[in-house]
Design a protein around this ligand. Sequence first.
Ligand SMILES: [Zn+2]
Length: 225
Amino acid sequence: MRKIFLTLPKYRLAVQYKFIKRRKVNVDESIIPTPKTLRKKYRVGGYTRRFFRHIFEHKRIKKLLGANMAIMLVATSLMPTSTLGKGVVEENTVITNSNIPLTTEKSVQYPVQNLVITQGYKFYHPGLDIDGLTGDSINPIKKGIVVEVSYSRFAYGNSVIVDHGNKLTTLYAHLSKIDVEEGQEVNTHTKLGEMGATGRSFGDHLHLEVRDHGIPINPFSVLPR
Ligand SMILES: [Zn+2]
C-alpha cells in the first residue's frame, strides 16, 4: 500500500490517496487442488488440512455457497408450513393402550361420605379432624398397602397407616373398629374401619394425617378441594 498525502491549505482541503495493491486472485485455480498446488500455497499442515483450507478459501466455493444459501432461504420461506410440519405431526401420533379402563375412577378421595371438617391443619395440629358418628365407614384417600394397624387407648387410639408409595402415607386415627390388617392391599373402595373416639379424643371424629417421608403435610396438598 502506498500513500500520497496532499495538503492544500489555501482551499482547506486535504487529499489522501491510497494505492492499495490488491492481491491477485487466480480465478482459474481449480476447486479440487493437486498436492503440488497445496504445497505451494500453504506452508503448514498435512495434506488433508491444506486440502480443506484450499476448498474453503476458494473464491468460487464461497460464491457457490452464498448463492445456495440465498436459494435455500427463498425456498423455505415459500414452502407452506403444512409441508414443513408434516413429519413432526406423524411422529406425535399417540398409540393408545386398549387396556385403559373406560370408567374413570377417582384416584384421591376424602375418607368419609359426608365431609365436615372441624379442625384444619395447623402447626399444633398436623392433620384434619373430620366430624361424624361412631360407625361411619372410613376409606383410604388413595389406594395403597396397610403398613400399620395399632390398638391403643392413648393418643391416636385405634389407628391405621396406609402407604401409597412415593413416600406418601396416611394415618386414620380414633377408630372404633378396624377392618384391615397389616400388609393388606387397599383401594378407595376398601373399608379400613369405622369412625370412633378412641385415644385422646373429645368426641366421635376421624383424625386424618397425610405424611410425606413420615412428616405430616397439609392434607389439602393431596386431597381435592
Ligand atoms: Zn386431630
